[in-house]
Design a protein around this ligand. Structure first.
Ligand code: SF4
Length: 361
């Protein structure tokens, strides 16, 4: 077991992750280093197709270039602390970063392929009252390369059975828009056909509602899927569940959503967690239908399990269907999310909160 001092020294001497570099940035670095820029494609091939973990293995590069890479960058590797497998095939990983902090990554098996849910921050400062990820607050942002490394690591595990990561959701620990630039680089790198080649339509990013960043993201014009964690049909309930609603109120959020839809022409998803006795009555469904009326959108209902650190209880089954029916009758496009990993610590941040108490209190 490494001491805290060792970890701290390691952190201070840690070189930037090469996975953080978009292809044009790698070309720029090569040009500055006096190397041919076409080497960037070769390096990408080693990183993302061969998935090597050492510059030494990049055998078609000169020794001199390998040395320069070694001196300037690291190839981020994540240490697997825990790996939990659910009876439905969902695998939850608790990974350790170079500085000793931990993050969660989840692999979900669907009929249409393998999807992974990545973390963008160590902890989170948003403070949603139902979420274990925010316990202990925000420790630090992840570099783009540390987010990319989660996909590479899971892909390497899937290589053994000749499978691939076919879609990525950015809904793990952290608020992606609170680490905007790194998240954006991450999106560009995994989408690049010379890197992991994950199609834009197979990538989903979700935000709790940082309004100015929604406008900014709309202007990026990326063809990826976009979701808003809504969870409430009105200001009052939303503020009680999500403190961010006090900074960016529901009417302002809905204006930003309208702008996003108009600007991109894309449909938006609203995530709506059902919390027993809080937001799960028929009148809430009616109010929600009025709130989103006329918007090009889809609602994902998420029956929330009991959260040990909080006092929320699960909505009874019949009531979940009643809520769905009310929305459908009002013309809303709605689905109930299939539960995955219910027999492991599936909710975001639960595994980390349980295993890494020193980080999450
Ligand atoms: S739900 Fe997301 S934004 Fe809210 S506290 Fe949890 S990780 Fe942060």
């Amino acid at each position: 077991m490494e001491t805290t001092t060792n970890k701290k020294q390691q952190q201070e001497t840690q070189k930037p992750s090469i996975y953080s570099l978009e292809l044009h940035e790698l070309r720029e670095w090569l040009a500055e280093a006096g190397e041919k820029t076409f080497r960037a494609e070769q390096i990408y091939d080693w990183l993302y197709k061969q998935r090597v973990t050492s510059f030494e293995d990049m055998s078609n590069l000169s020794k001199d270039l390998r040395r320069k890479l070694e001196e300037s960058y690291s190839i981020t590797t994540l240490n697997t602390l825990i790996q939990q497998t659910s009876s439905d095939g969902t695998i939850k990983f608790l990974f350790e970063l170079h500085d000793g902090f931990s993050i969660e990554t989840v692999l979900m098996r669907h009929e249409y392929g393998n999807s992974i849910c990545v973390t963008t921050q160590v902890g989170c400062r948003i403070g949603c009252t139902f979420c274990a990820s925010t316990l202990g607050g925000l420790k630090r942002n992840l570099q783009a390369g540390e987010i990319v490394a989660q996909v590479v690591k899971v892909q390497k595990a899937l290589d053994e059975t000749d499978e691939r990561v076919s879609s990525v959701v950015i809904m793990g620990i952290g608020e992606p828009f609170d680490n905007y630039d790194e998240m954006l680089s991450f999106l560009k790198i995994i989408n690049d056909d010379k890197a992991l080649n994950i199609g834009a339509r197979h990538i989903t990013v979700s935000t709790s509602g940082i309004v100015p960043k929604i406008y900014k993201f709309a202007d990026e014009q990326m063809q990826i899927n976009f979701a808003i964690s809504l969870h409430a049909p009105n200001n009052e309930i939303r503020s009680s569940l999500m403190p961010i609603n006090r900074a960016y109120k529901l009417p302002d959020l809905m204006e930003a959503v309208k702008y996003y839809i108009e600007k991109t022409g894309r449909r938006i998803s609203f995530e709506y967690g059902l919390f027993g006795g809080v937001n799960d009555q028929v009148e809430h469904a009616e109010e929600l239908a009025r709130l989103i009326k006329g918007l090009k959108c889809h609602v994902n209902l998420i029956p929330v399990n009991y959260v040990p650190e909080r006092n929320y209880v699960r909505t009874p089954r019949e009531q979940i269907f009643e809520f769905e029916k009310t929305l459908k009758n009002a013309g809303v496009n709605v689905t109930i999310r299939r539960e995955q990993g219910h027999d492991i610590d599936a909710a975001c941040g639960q595994l980390r909160a349980k295993e890494r108490k020193e980080e999450t209190r």
